[in-house]
Write a protein that binds this ligand. Structure first.
Ligand SMILES: [Zn+2]
Ligand SMILES: [Zn+2]
Length: 381
């Protein structure tokens, strides 16, 4: 009985905090059906990804990004420097670092108005902070953070992200920053710990708690159902239904329960996708780790998209450790779904990327850390 009043008090406090924030009330309205608006353009800054590549050109006409180091910010030389006419230098300490995890800053623009959402926050605070600083991004533009699932390689930079966003908002909005706090959209089913069963249970670090996210300065919004946000420019799913026989989650996955037991947890059922509807193209689907399976993720996006065709799949396809058979089956079903632009990153693994290039030539534009991608909505491409 002792814990109950506290729990109720916390719920009430959370509700009041959520109602005070105009960015949240939109999602809380039960009559607000999750229907996506068409957006005119989409840009994706890859803040954290396992691999970086500053050199390769874009292999897809529908995806624009810099090549040959031209995306790296230049640093001004001190005034009066004589270096044969150079006024700037490209420094190696302005290039982003790769890290095991994912964090994407997605900006959707409709009728000249932009909304920015941070999808996942990478594995550690220092990496998120370092890469955002190196990219020269204004964290204050981020209105929402959506966590794809409770795994530390996606949640580890969360508190740093919230603190940097709030600091940037305070410096630009002053006292008005308090009524515009960043909203962190989380699935309520947060495990105390996740782990892998090897010779003994191996625990991961705990994900940030709801209280820690609030203490860092955000408003927490919990949801396990599909909903839209930011004037319907983004949709977050609920749990992703599992239909394929071969997409079975993480072998050996476990979670530590409140009664101090490790129990089997291979499916990561709280995993969610985020998607946008790019004008003239179709659904652009963002997936964190695809523990649900990239085919289940794609099929669910199509279900939620109410007739809008699947255009792009961006993020981790989690096939790095997949069996040859699973890679084969995933490829077969992905071809049937016929996405036009594949942007695999994070846990996809090089074997599946090689295969995509061979079997779906011209479709892939792999995701790399520190790169800014523009998805072109021009109908001619
Ligand atoms: Zn994961
Ligand atoms: Zn991951």
């Amino acid at each position: 009985m002792g814990g109950e009043p506290t729990h109720l008090f916390q719920q009430a406090r959370e509700y009041i905090l959520q109602r005070q924030n105009p960015a949240v009330t939109e999602s809380m309205d039960p009559s607000h059906s999750p229907k996506l608006a068409e957006v005119d353009s989409l840009t994706i800054h890859t803040i954290v990804n396992d691999e970086i590549d500053q050199i390769s050109p874009s292999p897809h006409p529908g995806v624009k990004h810099a090549q040959s180091f031209m995306g790296a910010p230049l640093t001004s030389l001190p005034g009066g420097t004589q270096r044969g006419g150079s006024s700037k230098e490209m420094r190696m300490d302005t290039i982003c670092c790769g890290a095991h995890g994912l964090s994407l800053l997605i900006t959707a623009t409709k009728d000249g108005k932009s909304h920015s959402l941070l999808f996942d926050t990478g594995p550690e605070e220092a990496v998120w902070e370092r890469n955002v600083t190196r990219l020269g991004l204004d964290a204050g533009v981020i209105e929402r953070i959506v966590l794809s699932h409770w795994h530390r390689d996606h949640s580890g930079g969360m508190l740093s992200a919230v603190r940097m966003i709030e600091a940037a908002k305070k410096s630009s909005l002053g006292e008005h920053a308090d009524s515009n706090k960043v909203v962190v959209d989380l699935h309520p089913d947060r495990p105390n710990f996740r782990g892998i069963l090897a010779h003994e249970p191996i625990s991961l670090e705990a994900d940030p708690t709801f209280a820690e996210v609030e203490e860092a300065g955000a408003v927490v919004f919990k949801s396990d159902e599909a909903h839209t946000m930011l004037e319907d420019t983004f949709l977050v799913s609920g749990s992703i239904p599992r239909h394929t026989a071969y997409e079975t989650g993480i072998r050996g996955g476990i979670r530590f329960t409140s009664d101090e037991q490790w129990v089997q947890d291979e499916l990561i059922m709280e995993e969610r996708l985020v998607m946008c509807n790019l004008k003239g193209k179709g659904l652009v689907v963002f997936t964190g780790c695809s523990h649900a399976g990239i085919v289940n993720v794609s099929r669910h996006a199509v279900e939620l998209g109410a007739g809008v065709p699947l255009y792009s799949l961006v993020g981790g396809y989690h096939l790095a450790d997949g069996s040859a058979e699973k890679l084969e089956q995933s490829m077969r079903d992905l071809k049937t779904l016929a996405p036009k632009v594949l942007m695999p990153g994070h846990c996809t693994g090089w074997r599946f990327k090689v295969r995509l290039e061979m079997e779906m030539p011209g479709c892939m534009a792999p995701l790399f850390g520190g790169t800014k991608y523009e998805l072109i909505s021009d109908d001619s491409l």
